[in-house]
Every structure is written in C-alpha cells, then in structure tokens.
Design a protein around this ligand. Structure first.
Ligand code: SF4
Length: 561
C-alpha cells in the first residue's frame, strides 16, 4: 500500500548477519537483542500524529526483519516500496552504522525516495551527516519532529520548515534550530495504530517493537522530554538538552494525556506499560490526579515506573496502590556515595535502602536496582564493591525475590552531548568524537571492547571490559548464594560470560576464532540466553495482545489466499 512516510528502524550494524561479532552485555539489560532492534517510541508519536492528520504512515523495523531471517534482503524490499519519504531514526548513536547504510542503499536502488533522518544523535551530528552522507536529503533536529515532518509532507517550502538542514541541488541549506514546542499535548502514543498499520500494509513483523514483543509485550508512555538531572553519562539529561537539544529544562506532558495514553493501552491491548520519566517529581497535584484517575478508571494492567531518586513512603504508597501489579526501577549507578554524587545522582545509601524497603513493604511487585561500570572516579575495586553492596541490599531485605540488582558497563558509547562527553575534566578520554569515527568503529570493530568510545582516567578500556565480566560473574555467585538462581542457571550464565570474555580477549590479540557469527546473534531472538535477560522481564498479562496478534496473522493469511 502506498504511504506518504515509511519510518524505518535500522540495526546497529548493517549487515550483522554477515559479520562475526561479540555484542556485549548491555543488550542483556534492555528488551531488545544485541542488534538493538527496538525502535524509538518517537516513531509511534510521529505515526499517531500524522495519521490523525490524514497521512498514510507505516513503521518498518528493518533490524527485526533481518534478525528474523537470513533470507530477508533489504534491497528487494526497497525496490518494491511505494512511499514518498523514508524517515530513518538515528536517535541512539549505536545505530549510526545501520542508519547510514540503509540510507545509502535506499539512494542506490530508489533515488526517487527522499530520505529524512531524525533523533537526538542525528540532531547532534546534523551538519556532519549532511556534509558526509550524501544519501540523506534532510535532517530534522529536536526531540519533537512531528510538526516539521508534517510540514515537509504537506509540501511546504523547505526554506520555511523549522529545525531542518537539507540538500538543495549541490548546496546544503540550514534553517537552524528554533522550534522546541513547550506544550507536548499534541503528541499521542496510540498503540492501536501499530495494529491498524500492520493490517493495512500486510506486515506484522515490520511493526513489532522488538523480537520478543508478542511473547512479552510492553508498551511505553513518555511523560516528559528532557530531565531535571544531569547525570554525567546521559544524553537525555538537563545538561545535554540545554546545550545540544534546544531545551532549557524538562517539559512535562500533561497529566490528562498521560492518563489517556495509559487507559487506552489498558482498554485496547491490555498489556503492561512502562511509564518513562519520574512521575513523582511532578507537582503533588499532578501526580495525585494521575494516580486517582487511573484508579477511578479501573486500570488492571501491570505498570512499571522509573524513578530518578528515592521517594517518601507516602508517595510510594499512592503509586503502588494504583493497580494490582506495580514495579519500579532505580539506577543509583554506584554504591559509593562520592562517585554517585560526582556522576549526578544526589542521594545517599540510607535513602536508597529505605526506599527499597518501603516499596517492598507496600506490596510492590518487583524492584530493579541498576549499577554501572565506567563512571567518573570509579576504579575496578569500586565496581566490584557494588556487588558486595548488592548482597547487603538483598540480605537487608531478607533475600526478597522481588528485588533484582544488575550491573553493566556504560556501553557501547558514552552519549554525545552528555556532561562526560563534553567535559574532559570529568575524566572520560574519548576514543571517537565525530559521527564517522563512531561509524568506523562499528564498521571495523569486532567486539564491544572495540566499539567502546571511551576509557576513563581511573580504568583503561581493558579494565572496563574485564571488570564488567568479573562484576557480572560475582553478582551471579551472590544470586546463587542467596537462592535467587539455582546451580544450573549459575553454571549456564557463567559459561556464557566466560566464553564471551575469551572471545573478546582473543580478538584483541588478533585471534577471531571464537567470535559469534551473525546467525548466532539471530538465535538470541526469542531465547532468554542468560539469567539476566530473564530477570529484566516483568509484568504478567498480554493475553488480549496475543489473541490480537494471532487474529492479525490469521487475517493477513486469509487476505492473501
Ligand atoms: S540518567 Fe540521569 S539525567 Fe538521564 S534521564 Fe535518568 S535521571 Fe535524568
């Protein structure tokens, strides 16, 4: 079916299926695989907005299609594609290799299609993209690109469209970065559009957010753009938004819109919702409205809230009583208070411990606590001490199985625009700074150690890599000791880690014999291949969704017969 705009999500590396790589442990901590096939939530906001304006928009998750089959050929799909524009996301920098390669293939096979690129990393590198990647026609800057894209589709003169930098014959024209809407209530996250578009375009796979979505569906609702905090590693921080993304502070979506989005998912799909952004940092009146309204409407799906700081028990109580299944995640980053403060998290361990205890005492379903490796002022011993602290935290809570602790590296890239990336005094030594340096790392590198774009004054790259394996392994033994996992799970996970470590270390010496083939990476889709993957999944439910997906498949099948 003809579309005005096809939103395409690239894999991290194109074509990972023909490469031997070790993707690294970060992919264990997000729902997607090492290909990072999860498309940004902004796709849904763009599709919902433009569809409501009468445009035909579809999502095409190329990363997932490649992950799903060795036979899938992007060139063939492009030859058949009936669209005026392709919108490629370069939101998260690890997609730089995939995004540039998809753009080049589109231009090679279908020069008639205009290629638009957007997302935070595209914003940061807008000028370099236009100068260095001839296949991209337009870059849209900013964290809210629906309106500039709408103006492009309606045929407005490009010189009058805000935030874009574009190609006009052999010239590059830059309209600057002037448009940052303060009211984001025009944005909607309408998941039913995904189902509708799947049916309209006979393409379920291309619309799925990540490979396990039909088994473990999760919807996201964004509550804010930007953040009030400035964590050193974060490209979504106050500092990054102020200096690189055109906002002088976080913008909150209205409480009414948040309730609307969550209730739509509750009523239409009935799947768990991850509420992105710390709702408890909103004014009391706002959050009380959200919680009481959700209760009044009778929400009965699992909810996962992220919080940026520990909150008071009475606030947690209101949150936990919204529905029968409320989970929470918090990232203290380090158990060392000095390191935590230096990295932008202004709270102590006492507050963290009380928060975890309160949440469990109130009957919360699950709480995840995340530590990081590769922070300012953090040495190897500090990262390993985080594991000792994790044991303490678990014991303090009587080994309650609702408490999960994780540790992972800042990987593969420290975010451009973050305080750490921009300020050498924070002790990050950047190995790559430009867009093409990052591209080349993914083009030529073989393991996540090759991809790391930094080391620190306190840990070399080799130390970050080895400390990561040691800390995750140590944490596995703690989990076994405490009874979170059994001997078999420990042994399997330990073997996976050690194989990965050996592959990385041998590769550094020029021996590539143990690298995983792209096909092995494909097999990671649909399998929980370490204990960590199992632990991050949360929420029950999705019955209605599974039925719906089944019905869509049946419908598509019968329409083809
Ligand atoms: S990592 Fe820090 S700066 Fe980034 S969104 Fe979370 S709390 Fe905000």
């Amino acid at each position: 079916m003809k579309t005005d705009l096809t939103l395409m999500h690239p894999p991290s590396i194109y074509d990972f299926r023909k490469r031997d790589v070790v993707a690294g442990p970060i992919s264990e901590l997000v729902p997607s695989t090492g290909v990072f096939e999860m498309y940004p939530i902004g796709f849904l906001a763009i599709m919902s907005h433009l569809t409501s304006r009468g445009y035909r928009v579809r999502i095409d998750n190329i990363a997932l299609k490649m992950l799903n089959s060795t036979r899938y050929e992007f060139n063939e799909e492009i030859l058949k594609l009936d669209t005026d524009y392709v919108g490629l996301d370069l939101h998260w920098l690890p997609h730089v290799h995939g995004a540039i390669n998809l753009a080049r293939i589109i231009k090679e096979f279908r020069p008639d299609i205009k290629v638009i690129m957007g997302g935070l990393s595209a914003t940061y590198y807008a000028g370099e993209i236009m100068r260095g990647v001839k296949a991209v026609d337009i870059v849209v800057r900013g964290d809210a690109s629906e309106i500039p894209i709408e103006q492009i589709l309606e045929g407005k003169k490009l010189e009058d469209v805000p935030n874009i930098i574009y190609r006009q014959n052999s010239r590059i024209v830059d309209n600057g970065f002037t448009f940052s809407p303060k009211d984001l209530d025009y944005q909607t996250y309408d998941y039913s559009q995904i189902i509708r578009s799947s049916i309209r375009n006979f393409d379920v796979l291309g619309h799925l957010p990540y490979c396990d979505w039909t088994k473990q569906p999760v919807a996201m609702v964004l509550t804010t753009h930007g953040c009030a905090y400035s964590c050193a590693i974060c490209g979504g921080s106050y500092y990054a938004f102020k200096n690189s993304y055109g906002r002088s502070g976080p913008i909150f979506r209205s409480s009414k819109k948040i309730v609307e989005d969550i209730m739509n998912i509750n009523n239409q799909l009935h799947i768990p919702v991850f509420v992105v952004g710390d709702i408890l940092l909103r004014p009391e009146k706002d959050r009380d409205y959200i919680f009481s309204q959700l209760r009044r409407e009778g929400i009965d799906i699992p909810l996962l809230f992220e919080v940026f700081i520990p909150h008071k028990m009475e606030d947690l109580q209101k949150m936990v009583s919204v529905t029968h299944d409320v989970s929470m995640e918090i990232s203290p980053d380090s158990s060392n208070e000095k390191i935590r403060f230096r990295n932008g998290r202004p709270y102590g361990n006492k507050g963290l411990e009380k928060f975890v205890q309160d949440f469990l005492a109130l009957g919360g379903k699950k709480i995840d606590v995340y530590f990081l490796i590769g922070l300012t002022e953090q040495r190897r011993e500090d990262a390993l001490e985080d594991v000792d602290y994790s044991r303490k935290l678990m014991k303090m809570n009587n080994n309650d199985e609702r408490l999960f602790v994780f540790t992972s590296p800042v990987s593969p890239f420290l975010d451009p625009g973050s305080r750490g990336f921009e300020n050498p005094e924070l002790g990050y030594k950047l190995r790559f700074r430009t867009l093409m340096e990052h591209y080349n790392a993914l083009e030529n590198g073989r393991t996540w150690a090759d991809f790391l774009n930094y080391e620190t004054k306190w840990m070399s790259r080799e130390e970050i890599v080895n400390t990561t394996y040691d800390a995750i392994d140590k944490l596995l033994y703690v989990k076994k000791e405490i009874g979170y996992i059994d001997s078999e799970e420990l042994e399997n996970s330990h073997q996976i880690l050690e194989t990965s470590r050996l592959a990385v270390n041998l590769s550094a010496k020029g021996d590539y014999g143990m690298l995983k083939s792209g096909e092995a990476l494909m097999k990671s889709c649909g399998t929980k291949y370490t204990i960590l993957k199992k632990e991050i999944m949360w929420g029950s439910g999705g019955g209605k969704m599974k039925k719906m997906i089944f019905m869509v498949y049946k419908y598509l099948q019968s329409s083809r017969e």
